[in-house]
Design a protein around this ligand. Sequence first.
Ligand SMILES: *Cc1c(COP(=O)(O)O)cnc(C)c1O
Length: 369
Amino acid sequence: MPEKIPYLDLPAQIRPLRKAIDAAIARNLDACSFCLGPDVVQFEQDFAKFCGAEHCIAFNSGTSALHIALLLLRVGPGDEVITTPYTFVATSWAISYVNARPVYVDIDDATFNLDPKRIEKAITPRTKVILPVHLYGHPVELDPILAIAKQHNLAVVEDSAQAHGAKYRGKRVGTFGASACFSFYPGKNLGAAGEGGALVTNNPEFAKRARALREHGSSVRYFHDEVGFNYRMEGMQGAVLGVKLPHLNTWTAGRQRVAQRYAELLSDTPLQLPTQASWAESVWHLYVVRHPQRDGLKQHLEANGVGCALHYPLPLHLQTCYANLGYQTGAFPVSEKAARECLSLPIYPELTDAQLQRVAAVIKEFFAK
Ligand SMILES: *Cc1c(COP(=O)(O)O)cnc(C)c1O
């Protein structure tokens, strides 16, 4: 049997950087700057610059950053946050953590992202925030969302956990709303050697309060202005991210090459391929194809040593943990259909053309049967 093609190949990413990462970790160990510290401060400055944002506050996860983003906007019990049911569950956790209510709005069939045309119908006097996700690395259509938010006096928070460096109308995501949240979970486009996240914002008051909330609600040690959290990024994660960030643009170009190659290789298959909107530059966190025989194709790929995955098999409004919200099957047909048909193929910059050709050949074999 030919060599397996893993769905994700983190060892291939680490291998060429191993010496630099070892040295960065050793420096951090020698300095004993384990919680925040100079490596994290340097990374915050570099990542803010990367996003074109004034401030970056590093967290111990993207989920923590999202939680703080809603606290900064004083979202609380009784408030509603409009968001997508077709995302990783952490987008909704932030809303639940502040005891607000997720109000789901169905997605756009072409981009899998929150559909701006459906937002206004979901606005009530309790709505405080619109929380769109740049899913799979493809930016959401921001202009209409920002216009609706302005008209109804709502804040916008970008869940950018999958979209480091993605561009909307030529500008990187992260500074379109009140704040934006990123994840550095190892499998993300920029990943730590463990957990990590960040919030970026142009608002100095938000930055100041976010720094305090992340560190037990204190800006002066042992004086606590409000109930806070231990959401600090570890120094070693800052050190590792500092080694990796300079490679991100090259990695993104590699992902874009893979996406383009898939588009060529799979054009004559029955698969529905992902597209890029005219105003979008995707960073291709995932390459998600669609077909009604998704389950059979998944089995066939796995049986032939090609890794694949589902993002996401069950929309959030149908998850057990959110049964209390009272949504029924059929509430969001576009999301529900996407959940039945989506299949994520391997996409990372290290994939060779031979590997991509093999993925395509295995897919074609399935449809030839
Ligand atoms: C990964 C992810 C998160 C959560 O980030 P963590 O760092 O894993 O806590 C939030 N939203 C989306 C869309 C994600 O993909």
